[in-house]
Write a protein that binds this ligand. Sequence first.
Ligand code: AGP
Length: 352
Amino acid sequence: MIKEIHEQPEAFRKILSITRQSISEIAKTAWKSTPPGIFYLAGCGSSYYAAMIPAFYYQYALGLDGRAIPSSEFVWYAPGKASHSSMLIALSRSGKTSESVEAIRKAKKAKMSSVAVTSDSTSTMSKECDYNLDTGVRDEQSVVMTKTFTGSALCATLLGIEFARLRGTTAVPMHFEDELARLPADTEAVIRAVEGQSKKVAESTDATRFIYLGSGANYASCLEGALKLRETSYVASETYHTMEFRHGPFAELEKGIHVFVIVQKGRNIQEQIKILKEISATGATVVPISNDSEVLTYKDSIRMPDSIGSELAPILYMIPMQLFAYYYSVKKGRNPDEPRNLTKYVTTEITS
Ligand code: AGP
């Protein structure tokens, strides 16, 4: 796991220099055939959370109708009748997970086009889909996903950027490209800056329960951050949209609960500072992960580098959560690479 966390900058470099060319070809060919109107972004477990990141971008930055859905729900409920101009983009590290394989089959039956975003181009999904998007992210030995999580989210985002350009109705924000070009270097800077801090927080906490708060696409990263911790340490962890947390779950707060909050500079800072104060007043431990000095006043803060861009935050802010999960698991004497009861993928049959 730790090896793969450190391999993320290189994985992004490869995706941006090599995989991106095939992503562009896939988009052009698919667009020429039938321009999709709705994009279902599906996956299971970590791959579903990874799918939520591009779905957010499609919807809010790229002017595309992107809908994240677990593959199992897609198999059971979607798509509806008038689905011929829809596309399924199914994310899966293995390309073999039964629900995601079945989702591709269901898309075919519904005459929807399908893209499989996988790390194995010989997999069942890659063979059965219309467009095989091989991320090129190889050799993830660990059962838990790290570089394949961020890698597949990045690939599906790049696919959306290509579709947005082909559609031509919403301009792709300029800073998107700038930040993509800087992503590998920004990732290196983040690892350098946060590894020691994440380790220190992991080693010093005596919390028994962990809550992750984030908004926008950071919410998806928080879901994955909490899952990483459950998978590698078997402790209770949960996730909420930052402001949603006040509507009920707040009642559970007390000493012994550790609350991570992702707060990006410039985004509704005052409201978020207020919620951090409210959390802290209950006795729970607040751990802001932020690049805003106004927020970084808590003992257990994790400071993100000030230089990084904000558009690709869900990928960059994922890193301290991955590192925290790793170091916490090691502290607990677990093996983060081989969690009990887990395999790399699940092949239990599912029928629609
Ligand atoms: C490994 O246990 C993952 N955390 C798990 O959620 C995995 O993402 C899921 O089982 C789907 O696997 P896939 O990406 O190979 O389809």
